[in-house]
Ligand binder design. Structure first.
Ligand code: COA
Length: 386
């Protein structure tokens, strides 16, 4: 128990098109939210880990340094981490390792991204460079393209339909409409989602996550010190990671992410639980097909059953496994570096019973699944109350 690593505080900025705000201000907003949440000051924190996926969005080289300045952590040890869209969870894992290694007792992780300072076309190009720049992105493959390939393969292999894909987007927008920090807070019907504009066949607008600005922050410490800060620490009970080939042409399967399966296997083993024990999950729904594949890779549904389960409402609150009940990347938004930290915050709130009108009643064990690129970096974490 004393060796356990726990989260003792969390905060998040509003996600969205945050005109006039850069990475400094977004990070400050998240850290201010965190400071309101628990009984500590910035002086109690020994070190920081700053997750920022891309510096070309903000134009600032070494962008972590300006964040450290703004949040009042100058002079203390810090590092920038980057694992594409899995940057936030890579930050949490780094902090976890630092505390376990005995470097520091209490570490703050801040994930932040400012994406809307550039046009969608430019953002698409910058993100596409996280795919292989030798054989893929120069020939037109961008992220909607990668996931469109996976969606087509899933449809061919398992009979997954466009309605099944769209139902994931409908659920995301339903829960996003209940989340005041979500980028888009509006309900969408299945008909609207199925008929929304095509982006990369078979993915339409309501199959795609948002290009967002935002930040999120958490503080990790040892369980033995947690009482100083909170009566309700949330333990990180399992951490697992995996990876995959850079070129998707080299993959054995296009209907699952081998790195995600490996990450899940490791996290379940470390936590001593199985998929059946999870009460609520945050999964990386950068595209609707990604959520369907995630629910299969994590063992919530058999391969090929993720689509029918989504259409049947099994991933809503009250279904077999509530997924992304904060709106997910699709409706809450996907500011790359912030996403994994925001997922941890949502699970923490769920386990503390603080998710209000989106609460999964009695949730005791939660899971987050954060994917970088098209599966090259994956971190799965499992949480409970101590
Ligand atoms: C789908 C996508 C291309 C749309 O971008 P766009 O055409 O430039 O859209 P705009 O920013 O001009 O917004 C136009 C409208 O659509 C809405 N919109 C934009 N993206 C949306 C999305 N993904 N889902 C729902 N609505 C969206 C905007 O809110 C805006 O609505 P408004 O006119 O009522 O304000 C963009 O959202 C995208 O690329 N998403 C994927 C991001 C990605 O790949 N992330 C990495 C994952 S690994």
């Amino acid at each position: 128990m004393d060796d356990d690593i726990v989260i003792v505080g969390g905060g998040q900025s509003k996600f969205g098109k945050r005109k006039g705000l850069g990475i400094r201000e977004l990070a400050f907003e998240a850290v201010s939210d965190l400071m309101n949440d628990f009984n500590m000051g910035i002086e109690d924190i020994d070190a920081s880990v700053i997750g920022i996926a891309g510096e070309e969005f903000s134009g600032q080289g070494a962008p972590a340094a300006v964040v450290v300045d703004e949040i009042g952590m100058v002079g203390k040890p810090t590092i920038r981490v980057e694992s594409a869209c899995a940057t936030g969870s890579a930050g949490i894992k780094t902090a976890y390792g630092w505390i376990k290694a005995g470097f520091y007792d209490t570490v703050m992780v801040v994930g932040v991204e400012k994406m809307t300072s550039v046009s969608s076309a430019r953002a698409t190009e910058l993100m596409a460079r996280a795919g292989d720049v030798r054989w893929e992105s120069p020939y037109g493959c961008s992220f909607p393209g990668y996931y469109a390939i996976m969606a087509s393969a899933h449809m061919k292999e398992y009979g997954t339909t466009k309605e099944m894909l769209s139902s994931v987007g409908v659920k995301a927008h339903h829960y996003g409409s209940l989340n005041p920090k979500a980028h888009i807070q509006k309900e969408v019907s299945l008909e609207e989602a199925v008929n929304s504009i095509p982006i990369a066949y078979p993915l339409n607008l309501y199959d795609c996550s948002l290009i967002s600005d935002g930040a999120a922050a958490v503080v990790l410490t040892k369980a033995s010190l947690a009482k100083k800060y909170t009566d309700s620490p949330v333990r990180i009970k399992g951490v697992g990671s995996g990876s995959d080939t850079m070129e998707i042409a080299h993959r054995k399967s296009l209907t699952s992410l081998s790195g995600a399966k490996e990450a899940a296997r490791r996290a379940y083993k470390m936590a001593g639980v199985t998929a059946k024990d999870i009460d609520v999950a945050e999964v990386h729904d950068c595209f609707t097909i990604a959520e369907i594949i995630a629910t299969e890779d994590l063992g919530f549904f058999e391969p090929g059953q993720g689509g029918p389960a989504a259409l049947d409402g099994q991933t809503y609150i009250g279904g077999k496994i509530p997924i992304n009940v904060d709106g997910g990347l699709k409706s809450k938004g996907h500011p790359l570096g912030a996403t994994g930290v925001s997922q941890a915050n949502e699970i923490r709130n769920q386990l503390l019973g603080k998710s209000y009108n989106r609460q999964v009643e009695g949730a005791k064990i939660g899971l987050s699944h954060n994917v970088g690129q098209s599966g090259q970096f994956v971190n799965v974490m499992i949480y409970d109350r101590v």
